[in-house]
Design a binder for this molecule. Structure first.
Ligand code: ZN
Ligand code: FE
Length: 253
């Protein structure tokens, strides 16, 4: 039976160039989010004596699902949770979900948020604090919200992404943001170039540069931090978000 004293942790497994695979662990069980590749994840789990309980998939891109097949070969009882609307593009699903279709892992509730934009059926997974015993609520948001940025619009419209930003903005300020890429420094350099007088962005950029110099991660961030310094989350209209996205897509450091 789950209880508040369970030792919850969320830890990063950095892989490839800038992907972060997140591991939510309780006792000897691990929930892995978006395993881009299998080997580093398997090695990490085995070194810690953890067993793979399940895999959460936010969307179908290879750098998010690439390791799943090998991991479930090794841990055949592990469940794979992904979008029902992407059942063809995300194989091995054992629990297929949509926005609002909540479920539980290891006895703890997870809320499913539909955040289309980067892809048509992109999902985010929200862990409320009260029920999980984590220090703060946690959000696994894949390639939707990044530190200082948002995902590119490969399949969705600016309106989709605006809606996704509004939804994520409605989460509690202390919610920790566990996104799938370490892009914070680049995003803030862009934001700073666009709004050089914005002190909040400037301050965060300076801080992030220091963290990256030591090759540490800038994540998780928080909703309140993103509210202050993420131009996409700050955008007040669809048009504003569309312009920002286009500007960022054409920007070179
Ligand atoms: Zn992606
Ligand atoms: Fe990605």
């Amino acid at each position: 039976m789950p209880n508040e004293k369970d030792d919850h942790k969320i830890q990063a497994i950095p892989v490839l160039k800038d992907n972060i695979v997140w591991a939510w662990t309780i006792r000897d069980q691990a929930v892995i989010v978006d395993p881009a590749v299998s080997e580093p994840v398997k090695t990490w789990l085995e070194a810690k004596g953890l067993s793979l309980n399940s895999i959460l998939q936010t969307h179908h891109h290879e750098d998010h699902i690439g390791g799943t097949e090998n991991l479930i070969k090794h841990w055949p009882k592990a469940s794979v949770i992904a979008s029902k609307d992407d059942i063809k593009r995300i194989p091995f699903q054992t629990i297929s979900v949509r926005h609002g279709r909540n479920f539980s892992l290891l006895g703890y509730p997870i809320e499913v948020l539909g955040v289309a934009g980067h892809t048509k059926a992109h999902l985010a997974y929200y862990l409320p604090r009260k029920k999980t015993g984590l220090g703060a609520p946690a959000l696994f948001c894949g390639d939707t919200l990044f530190g200082g940025g948002c995902g590119r619009l490969f399949e969705g419209t600016p309106k989709d992404m605006f809606k996704a930003m509004q939804l994520l903005n409605s989460l509690p300020a202390e919610t920790k943001i566990y996104c799938a890429h370490e892009y914070t420094e680049e995003n803030l350099k862009w934001a700073n170039s666009l709004y050089p007088k914005d002190k909040l962005i400037e301050k965060r950029l300076a801080n992030v540069k220091k963290i990256r110099k030591d090759r540490l991660l800038t994540l998780p961030s928080t909703i309140s931090e993103e509210r202050r310094t993420n131009l996409f989350l700050r955008a007040r209209t669809v048009e504003e978000l569309a312009n920002l996205r286009q500007n960022k897509d054409n920007w070179k450091a």
